[in-house]
Design a protein around this ligand. Sequence first.
Ligand code: MG
Length: 367
Amino acid sequence: MKIARIRAYRVALPLAGGRWNMFGGNSIDTLDSTIVLVETDTGLIGVGEACPLGNFYGPAYAAGVRAGIAELGPHLIGADPRETAKVEALMDTALKGHPYVKSALDIACWDILGQEARTPLSTLLGGRFGDSVALYRAISQDTPEVMAKRVKALHEEGITRFQLKVGGDPDEDIARIRLAAKILRPGDILDADANTGWLMHQAARVVRAVRDIDVYIEQPCLSYEENLSIRRRTDHPFVMDECIDSLSMLLRLHEDGAADVVNIKLGRVGGLTKARRMRDLCVHLGIPMIIEDTWGSDVATATIAHFAHSTPEALRFGVSDFNSYVTAVTADGAPRRQGAGIAATNAPGLGIRPRMDALGKPVVEIA
Ligand code: MG
């Protein structure tokens, strides 16, 4: 089997809740996603998605996905998409870095492998643990009162894991955490995610001011060293996210005892092939994971669901269902949130069919 054609589509994803606010005054109301179709000489078509969170979030941008696919595509024509490690090596040789570009292509290859094997990806990735995967819900940065109201509303929908977007003014962030914590009941999980937004002195103030509250602190500062410093001066459970972009960083984190939980985002690490390697190491080391991507729609959500469902339950700290955060529908058959959980489909591969009417005309085409 050979890759015969690659097409990429640009898809706008308006946010269901309007504007999304996070660290440093950054906000976004429509995400710019890229969906890639990898077609084989046997007629099978695999699908993948890469959706950076604006240009401000990480070293990734939407137009870069398309430029990268145009660059990498010719190297992949003729390759066997079922040989995912060989495809990974081919991409890493042809283009240094740019894991978010490679992620979409890698996922599409895994989808083809699953379709050819007539087996769902969750099975290929290790098997399904449990009936469904517990979701967490992120809450856009707003006044403490508005965020607490949102926590309350989600609580009534059955959500028990909440991630507050902080990383703004430290005094307001302290109020955000305090007010939200009042709503929660025993067993709920509260996570204050600064997304790199605090300087060290601000992070130090916040963690000290909420010391009496049962809250996880997620990626307070930008660099690994700053986060490690804050980690060493707080007794809150600690999550690292933006710093963890490779297996090497995961090894370093473990060596330093730098976090209790890590966030694995498919786009940031380069797709399922690399994410699975990191996941399996986390399983071995007993490190719980938040499993997700930077953002996306039905394609990303289906991928996350398979990956998360094949991860042991005790090590699934949280999972995102991005298709419930956006209004665009990009594929049929994608899993959808049921209460506070989501389940991977049982159909072969990703188990979804891209909606060609939603994708429009390809913006990159390589044959
Ligand atoms: Mg995070």
